[in-house]
Design a protein around this ligand. Structure first.
Ligand SMILES: NC(=O)c1ccc[n+]([C@@H]2O[C@H](COP(=O)([O-])OP(=O)(O)OC[C@H]3O[C@@H](n4cnc5c(N)ncnc54)[C@H](OP(=O)(O)O)[C@@H]3O)[C@@H](O)[C@H]2O)c1
Length: 298
């Protein structure tokens, strides 16, 4: 039976460390401030944004949500983001995606100054990461790496197979794992819906990361015995026996894969809490940079 890559406990440890850095910033007169823009009333986004604000405030970050109507125009939304960009009391800006239909996400993200882009999605930050000199890494991929490192799972020299090539998860994760150093130095393969012989490729992975958004994409026969499995997927499935008639599952056939893997992330309680912890880490880093303190990243 696989060991658990415990995202909940690891995120709590990260938050404790960050709280010390926030305390130091506050003592020196800087209150780290994160503003999350929530456009429209998507229920899943509302939950994510609430959790981000709560986690921020818990460690002393001024975590605010700016709620905007789904009817907002592109021009008005871009103006609001630029205003926050110009406000020196704001250190981190996050636009909760997806935006309602009719709004161009790419153009909105480009309005965030790269130095406040704590989600790591601005093309400047994406480019810096791809070139091997990251400032802010996107939170979910950074959370995957942090989770592995803190459980002592070796990354350097190993073959990581990532299933999913989104700009949010798969691509930036490959870039992170290719960085030089102990947190990187992996050989990476990125698969997607057009990959042929997916099972054969996944079976070659020492570490397998699933970021697809489809339950049971990774089954036990696809996983090499002893491999490490990180499940990024979050899918809601019907389950009459569960409270509310549904429950969350990942992309991995958890019970069967846990029998062959050496390490595995649960869903929920794996990558999800790490994503929020990394958002807080990026915000603290932005506030430290603003305050002129040394950028110390553990
Ligand atoms: N835990 C967290 O904090 C967190 C954060 C972000 C996302 N997520 C979850 O992670 C999952 C992925 O998110 P995302 O934003 O990366 O999704 P996405 O943008 O929809 O990308 C999904 C990727 O999976 C690939 N794919 C789809 N079906 C496939 C198949 N049958 N075989 C192989 N590859 C397949 C797609 O290939 P193509 O490119 O060819 O279409 C695409 O590259 C979702 O469940 C999302 O909710 C979790």
């Amino acid at each position: 039976m696989a060991n658990i890559l415990d995202g909940k406990a690891t995120a709590a440890a990260v938050r404790d460390e960050l709280k010390e850095r926030v305390d130091r910033l506050r003592e020196a007169g800087t209150v780290p401030r994160l503003v999350v823009l929530l456009v429209g009333e998507d229920p899943a986004s509302q939950v994510y944004v609430r959790n981000k604000g709560k986690a921020a405030r818990k460690i002393g970050i001024d975590g605010e949500t700016l709620e905007l109507p789904a009817t907002i125009s592109q021009t008005e939304l871009e103006a609001r983001v630029r205003e926050l960009g110009d406000d020196p009391s704001v250190h981190g800006i996050l636009v909760q995606l997806p935006l309602p239909k009719g709004l161009d996400e790419e153009r909105v993200v480009r309005c965030i100054p790269p130095s406040k882009d704590v989600d790591g999605l601005h093309p400047v930050n994406v480019g810096d990461l791809a070139r091997g000199t990251p400032a802010f890494a996107p939170c979910t991929p950074a959370g995957c790496v942090e989770l592995l490192v803190r459980h002592g799972v070796e990354i350097a020299g190993r073959h990581v197979v990532i299933v999913g090539r989104s700009n949010l998860v798969g691509r930036p994760l490959a870039s992170l794992l290719l960085l030089k150093g102990a947190r990187g130095d992996a050989s990476t393969t990125v698969c997607h819906s057009r990959s042929r012989n997916l099972a054969d490729i996944v079976r070659q992975g020492d570490i397998v990361v699933a970021a697809v958004g489809r339950p049971n994409t990774i089954t036990a026969d696809m996983v090499r015995p002893g491999a490490v499995v990180v499940d990024v997927g979050i899918n809601r499935i019907d389950d009459p026996s569960a409270k509310g008639g549904s429950r969350l599952v990942g992309d991995v056939d958890y019970d069967a894969v846990a029998d062959v893997a050496s390490w595995i992330t649960p869903v929920p309680g794996g990558v999800g809490p790490m994503t929020i912890a990394m958002l807080l880490a990026n915000t603290v880093q932005a506030a430290e940079a603003h305050a002129g303190s040394a950028l110390v990243r553990s």
